[in-house]
Design a binder for this molecule. Structure first.
Ligand code: B12
Length: 150
């Protein structure tokens, strides 16, 4: 039944993006569709996003979740640089931020890489393979804090 005069929160606001070196786009389309299917609102920044633009858009939209995707093999290095820039902004220091995809060139599931990314400030690392179910469960555990009201 339709409800009138009652505000209702509409899922999480999410920024989906890749990083400066990466021109792949179907990974971003996949993530956007997945998150929208789960009821969240997505701003997709697209491919080859410069660090400054990425940080500025996250500051502007104040999302509940930032999702970084990289598949070109530079994700580990790009991710370390970008998470430092995000965490250096007081308003983004606590924003849940995850990274996933193909983060290196020697396959997925390198525990040292995952530990280094978590230590650098990521809240989750979802490398290709078993990543999507884990990612869905991580997203499901997050509270919406900045979502617009319907
Ligand atoms: C199409 C393609 C391109 C196109 C991209 C066009 C476009 N508009 O996107 C073009 C030709 C531009 C390209 C360029 C290059 N590519 Co390319 N490309 C591919 C290819 C064939 C398919 C990628 C794709 O679209 N997949 C479909 C999407 C839906 O799947 P996906 O990207 O794998 O994402 C999935 C998962 O990774 C996961 N995922 C991704 N991110 C995240 C994030 C989170 C949080 C989660 C939970 C999950 C997740 O979810 C998705 C669905 O399962 C792959 C090979 C392959 N079969 O995967 C190579 C591949 C990605 N490319 C590769 C390389 C090396 C390059 C180049 C460096 C080649 C070169 N020497 O120039 C350049 C890099 C350019 C750049 N600056 O980034 C390598 C990367 C190697 C690695 N990481 O180990 C691959 C794997 C090919 C290979 N086997 O060597 N590429």
């Amino acid at each position: 039944m339709e409800q009138h005069g009652k505000a209702q929160r509409a899922g999480l606001t999410v920024v989906v993006t890749t990083m400066a070196s990466d021109s792949h786009t179907w990974n971003l389309v996949f993530l956007q569709l997945l998150l929208e299917e789960l009821g969240h609102r997505v701003t997709n920044l697209g491919a080859c996003v410069p660090d400054g633009l990425l940080v500025a858009e996250c500051r502007r939209t104040a999302p509940d979740l930032i999702v970084l995707s990289s598949v070109n093999g530079h994700g580990f290095q790009d991710g370390l640089r970008v998470i430092a820039a995000l965490r250096a902004c007081p308003e983004l220091a606590g924003t849940p931020t995850v990274i996933g995809g193909k983060l290196g060139i020697a396959g997925s599931g390198d525990p040292a890489r995952r530990c280094a990314l978590l230590a650098a400030g990521f809240d989750g690392v979802f490398e290709e393979g078993v990543s999507v179910p884990e990612f869905r469960s991580f997203v499901g555990s997050l509270p919406a804090t900045s979502g617009a009201l319907l």
